[in-house]
Design a protein around this ligand. Structure first.
Ligand SMILES: Cc1cc2nc3c(=O)[nH]c(=O)nc-3n(C[C@H](O)[C@H](O)[C@H](O)COP(=O)(O)O)c2cc1C
Length: 311
């Protein structure tokens, strides 16, 4: 699967970084036990007054008529989701009790849904939520009572290959992920006033980054010395960047600091990896997998040599 880990400015839990909304799903079915775990995760979400206002309608490809019924409410722009093996529709109850509106109905459904999503990611699945469906049609088709609101369609399945999507969808799938900076939505004292005094939002300065990157690369260089001798590959640590060259099979990896974004970039096996400084681990870490630079390079070198290499 194409990975699009969050380019987090600050370290975050790796499952959160790994989740993203792909449109490329494989045909592989999701078994009943796995589906039960997803909704179990939703079940344990917190909710205002433990009101648990959520409900879900679900269908799998195995029951194609039911799956078609759910798919039929999608807007044309979400037609890609008709092929996804599992579809669900989330619904929230707008009242806690008769005449007692629940101001947190949508909030709590969102919490339950995100629980489901993160559980799914932890199990190797992908999830894509969609507001683009015909709400009135959904009400009618599924007999959703008044004061219950259908909120999102949810596509669930194993990730597929973005390259197999039609060009317009492929472009969306491979486009970089964007987010507003924290300053634009975390305030202190007054709405709109950034919470700079409370959160450490400043990036490390140039000098600090250069020092840390240099230390990380020197450390990697040291760790590579023994395997390089044993397996006869070249390591060249020069001008702040490190290159590893293999003769058989031929290959070259490059590890270089990228100062403007305060990241260490690795090019290996025709892929590019971007590692951020993780204060808690005192190391440069890959967002999607949580691997440190040494762990990532150990895997990359091992893959090249066809042997296990621990750095
Ligand atoms: C409530 C909700 C509604 C969404 N509706 C659609 C939709 O109708 N079609 C679609 O392709 N993506 C939809 N998305 C996916 C968002 O576009 C996506 O989450 C957002 O661009 C951020 O990208 P990421 O999830 O990959 O980080 C929706 C997401 C949410 C949470």
């Amino acid at each position: 699967m194409f990975e699009k880990p969050a380019a987090a400015d600050h370290p975050i839990f790796e499952l959160l970084a790994r989740r993203w909304s792909t449109r490329a799903f494989s045909d592989r079915s999701v078994n009943r036990a796995t589906l039960a775990s997803l909704f179990e995760a939703a079940r344990w979400a917190p909710s205002s007054g433990n009101g648990q206002p959520w409900s879900f309608l679900v269908a799998t490809k195995e029951d194609s008529a039911e799956h078609d019924r759910l798919a039929s409410v999608l807007v044309p722009g979400n037609a890609w989701a008709r092929k996804v093996p599992v579809l669900a529709l989330s619904v929230t109850s707008l009242d806690r009790a008769p005449d007692k509106p629940n101001r947190h109905a949508y909030h709590d459904l969102g919490l339950a849904t995100e629980n489901l999503v993160i559980q799914a990611v932890s199990m190797g699945l992908a999830v894509h939520m969609m507001g683009g469906f015909n709400v009135e049609m959904a009400r009618e088709v599924f007999g959703i009572p008044a004061r219950y609101d259908p909120v999102t369609m949810i596509a669930i399945g194993y990730p597929g290959d973005s390259e197999s999507l039609p060009e317009d969808l492929r472009k969306k799938d491979v486009a970089p992920r964007q987010r507003k900076p924290i300053r634009e939505f975390v305030f202190s004292g007054k709405f709109g006033q950034p919470a700079d005094g409370i959160l450490k939002l400043d990036q490390m300065d140039d000098q600090e980054f250069t020092t840390r990157a240099d230390q990380a690369l020197s450390d990697l260089n040291r760790r590579l010395a023994a395997p390089a001798e044993e397996h006869e590959f070249e390591v060249d640590f020069n001008a702040g960047a490190l290159a590893i060259e293999f003769e058989t099979p031929q290959g070259k990896f490059v590890v270089s600091p990228n100062s403007p974004v305060r990241q260490i970039w690795v090019s290996a096996h025709s892929k590019s990896f971007k590692l951020d400084w993780d204060q808690a681990r005192n190391a440069f870490v890959l967002g999607g997998t949580g691997q440190t630079l040494a762990e990532l390079m150990g895997d990359a070198v091992g893959k090249q040599l066809g042997k296990k290499v621990n750095l």
